[in-house]
Design a protein around this ligand. Structure first.
Ligand code: ZN
Length: 883
């Protein structure tokens, strides 16, 4: 493991590598505890780098067995080898071949980076810096090489042997019980995209004919016996491949595309060239075991990893500061894929909910960083909502500003210019600037300045001149390391909605027209005067969430209800309801804190009732409209003096009021949407289930005994996991006997299925009651739980720390202490997962004083621990840094 002594890495210090690697021949003899790796590297001096230099290869915990230069063993005084580096002080200043032998222990690799075992399967994870845990290498993304991989193993131990590229040879090792396979990947790639897999795996297969008529074999490998759960993933893969051809003109390039599902994985999935490795949670699905949300995640993640083949693999990143170049862009691409496959407005709403819940919160706290960071101590800590989700928002803004055609022209130029290379954010943006002759210099600030811009809008109307004026200001608060900020480019899609609910033409008084309904702010304050506006309109601002900003406007509650009923932009219909809900909830939390009474908002409930009664609306949208802001949303809106108990109480009261007032309509909705044919995961069916289950949950929230009985009945009779899980989740919020009965039944039904038992852990960790902490502590001793498996850790402890606001934030601090203890216990084993868990404390400064002190105490206790990984140390120290 790397230690805290490591120096920070700075973007400003970037230097091209003095050496390049042209080809890599790997020969890997798999063994559970002693895998021999022989790497033959063709190295050459980099003519683009300053004059010849020593050769220093990266390692991480390696044991060198032998080293030879052009076939001759190197004398001991010609090199130095430590676990973390291999250097040759005076290498020949010409191309040469280096052969390095290392020995690695996959079973002892609990970090799940490098070569490790997931159950009985050998697999690798090399992003970001895992390849150096397999062999010494120039482990940086701008060193791109052509790889040939020979894998050898006992046939009984690993009948399936896979690596990147195309299979070129395989067979038995004569006179032994071993066999081998040789894979060749003709596309030069950085080491982080290397992968190999060995094990006893089942698979399903299919073929895809690309737009130019090439046949590609598709294979999904799973634990034997699970093949029947991989069909949806295969279907998603084919739809993603077709979509990338149609939306971006991108075709697949190898003869085979493989996905392997593994049971132990730090992240969601990995885009290794031609051999994606997935957390099995994002591959395996059956109606009985996976929810609609699981199906949607599989669809999106399969697409995401596939899309990386062009945005990430064919064009990769020059250095890790450019991570958003592949991640932000690829998230944008997967979001667009889903919007095209399912419902665009509902997809936008769910993405914005996520962005606000994670990215806005990150941006508002001590871990705020630019989409392109300029310094890091541990790159693994930068796979964040900011790099991924805000990175995607930047790409979306480009499309909004340049239009669909201009955007596509920029993308085409990007693929044409940079294919086969390691690029930067500047390279990417230059393609759009050049293709559309647009100056994007100020727009680059989105990559450099952290924090969420705040836009305030005031509408005024003058009936005499028939003009309507929008006064806009933008502001960006300081973030760590960035005290002063400059104005951003903010594309704001907007409409002026007339009294009849129709959009008015947007004519500026100076004669200009507003193209595509988008005004672009570039200054701290701006004024737009619209002409030909006889009556006061209602401003619908930041339509479809065109810019990732916090927007406030002088809209009255009546105007918000008007937008909720009439806006032509479905996103803003939803947003208007959220704004009303969030205003009510924050007011009520403040009232509770002051010992005053909460208020009600009959207007909001009427507006929700009207949405529920509008037959033309898609059920998935109605379900979103009826889902009030989350506890985390309210905490974020409050920004300081956060008391999770008060937030919880205010939210419970609002949900009860909705369930009560709309009871008849909700019962009718539940009845109307129940039943129907056999389960299908399509978006329309999923939308109906989500509305049905939201209705049931609100009825139960109102304290209806009949609703609890119906939930219990739905739990026991459901023919699919979506309905079963929704019912048990509803029960979990109520201390009724039906709850424990369902929890016990759930375990009995699904005990053989670890991915389903994860739901069982998360459900119990999320119960918003004082007894939950003891229950979670007890579940850490359950035979199905293991600190060694990231999915188990995330489903039990992650769910407790990230989802259960009242219990993680217990006033007595024991929730924090438990999570801190778990982090300390986990850090030596899996620092990446431990450090991810540490981010649960990222909003500690916003808490009310009592909890803030308790949280700070736990952060300081972790910071003072004897030995910490660089991962956890980086997060804890940034969390504690003076604000
Ligand atoms: Zn990605």
């Amino acid at each position: 493991m790397r230690t805290d002594q490591d120096q920070p890495v700075r973007l400003a210090d970037y230097q091209p590598s003095a050496w390049l690697v042209e080809t890599v021949h790997l020969d890997v003899a798999l063994n559970a505890t002693a895998t021999r790796v022989r790497a033959r590297l063709k190295l050459k001096p980099n003519t683009a780098a300053p004059a010849a230099a020593p050769l220093t290869l990266d390692g991480d915990g390696l044991a060198l067995q032998s080293i030879a230069l052009d076939g001759t063993a190197l004398p001991a005084d010609a090199y130095t080898a430590t676990p973390d580096t291999l250097s040759i002080a005076q290498p020949p200043q010409r191309p040469f071949e280096l052969t390095i032998e290392t020995l690695v222990d996959p079973t002892a690799n609990t970090q799940l980076s490098g070569l490790y075992r997931a159950g009985n399967t050998y697999c690798t994870q090399c992003e970001a810096e895992g390849f150096r845990r397999i062999t010494y290498f120039l482990d940086r993304p701008d060193v791109m090489a052509v790889y040939t991989t020979r894998i050898e193993a006992e046939k009984a131990d690993a009948p399936v042997l896979l690596a990147n590229g195309n299979l070129i040879e395989s067979g038995d090792v004569a006179g032994t019980t071993r066999h081998f396979a040789v894979w060749h990947d003709p596309f030069p790639k950085p080491s982080y995209l290397f992968a190999l897999v060995g094990g006893a795996l089942g698979h399903i297969e299919d073929t895809f004919v690309t737009m130019s008529g090439r046949r590609v074999a598709l294979r999904i490998y799973v634990e034997p016996g699970r093949e029947d759960r991989a069909g949806f993933a295969m279907d998603a893969l084919k739809r993603a491949m077709r979509w990338d051809e149609q939306a971006f003109g991108r075709e697949y390039d190898l003869d085979i595309f493989m996905i392997v599902a593994v049971s132990a994985f730090n992240m969601g999935a990995m885009e290794n060239k031609g051999l994606n490795v997935f957390n099995d949670k994002y591959v395996l699905a059956s109606p009985e075991t996976a929810t609609d949300i699981d199906y949607a995640s599989i669809d999106g993640i399969i697409a995401h990893e596939y899309f990386h083949n062009w945005t990430g693999n064919r064009i990769t990143c020059r250095d890790w500061f450019q991570l958003c170049l592949k991640e932000g862009l690829t998230v944008f691409r997967d979001q667009e894929y889903t919007a095209d496959q399912r419902s665009r407005p509902v997809k936008r709403i769910t993405d914005v909910r996520l962005l606000r819940a994670h990215q806005f919160v990150e941006d508002a706290g001590p871990l705020a960083h630019p989409v392109r960071p300029e310094i890091y101590r541990e790159i693994n800590n930068f796979y964040t909502a900011t790099v991924y989700e805000k990175g995607a928002e930047i790409v979306r803004m480009l499309k909004t500003m340049l239009g669909a055609q201009g955007f596509r022209a920029g993308m085409d130029l990007y693929f044409q210019r940079h294919d086969g290379h390691a690029a930067t954010v500047e390279d990417f943006i230059a393609c759009f600037a050049d293709a559309t002759e647009t100056d994007l210099a100020q727009f680059m600030r989105w990559y450099r300045q952290a924090g969420t811009p705040e836009v305030a809008v005031t509408l005024s109307h003058d009936p005499k001149t028939k003009t309507c004026t929008l006064d806009l200001t933008q502001m960006l608060r300081p973030t760590p390391g960035q005290p002063d900020k400059e104005p951003m480019v903010i594309p704001l899609a907007l409409g002026l909605v007339g009294p009849d609910g129709r959009d008015l033409p947007l004519r500026l008084a100076d004669g200009r027209t507003v193209e595509h309904g988008v005004v672009t702010l570039t200054q701290p304050t701006e004024v737009f005067v619209f002409a030909g506006v006889p009556a006061r309109p209602v401003a619908s601002l930041n339509r479809a969430f065109s810019a990732p900003v916090k927007l406030t406007a002088n809209l009255t509650a009546d105007e918000l209800r008007f937008l909720a009923a009439h806006d032509s932009d479905p996103f803003n219909r939803w947003q208007a309801l959220q704004t009303l809900g969030s205003t009510l909830l924050t007011d009520n939390v403040k009232a509770l804190r002051a010992g005053a009474a909460m208020r009600t908002d009959a207007g909001l409930i009427d507006a929700l009732g009207a949405i529920l009664a509008e037959p033309a609306l898609e059920p998935a949208f109605v379900a979103q409209a009826l889902t009030v802001p989350s506890e985390a949303d309210i905490a974020r809106e409050l920004g300081h003096d956060v008391d999770p108990d008060a937030i919880f109480a205010a939210r419970v009261a609002l949900r009860a009021a909705i369930g009560d007032a709309l009871g008849a309509a909700l019962r009718e909705t539940y009845r109307r949407l129940s039943g129907g044919g056999p389960y299908s995961p399509d978006a329309a069916s999923a939308g109906r289930r989500s509305l049905k289950n939201v209705a049931l949950d609100l009825l139960a929230a109102a304290g209806s005994a009949a609703a609890i009985a119906r939930a219990a009945q739905q739990y026991h009779t459901a023919d699919n996991m979506t309905d079963r899980m929704a019912a048990i989740a509803t029960l979990s919020f109520h201390p009724v006997p039906e709850r424990q009965a369902a929890i016990d039944d759930f375990y009995r039904r699904f005990q053989a299925d670890p991915l389903v038992i994860d739901k069982w852990f998360a459900l119990q960790a999320g119960i918003p009651e004082a007894a939950t902490l003891a229950r979670v502590q007890e579940l850490t001793r359950h035979p199905a739980f293991s600190l060694g498996n990231p999915n188990r850790v995330r489903s039990l402890i992650g769910a407790f720390a990230q989802m259960n606001q009242t219990q993680f934030n217990r006033a007595d601090g024991t929730g924090y202490a438990f999570v801190a203890d778990t982090i300390l216990a986990l850090d030596g084993r899996n620092p990446q997962v431990a450090s991810r868990m540490m981010t649960a404390f990222k909003s500690w400064r916003a808490l009310e004083a009592g909890r803030r002190a308790k949280a700070e105490g736990e952060l300081r206790r972790v910071a003072a621990a004897q030995s910490l990984s660089t991962d956890v140390r980086d997060i804890v120290e940034r969390s504690l840094a003076p604000a």
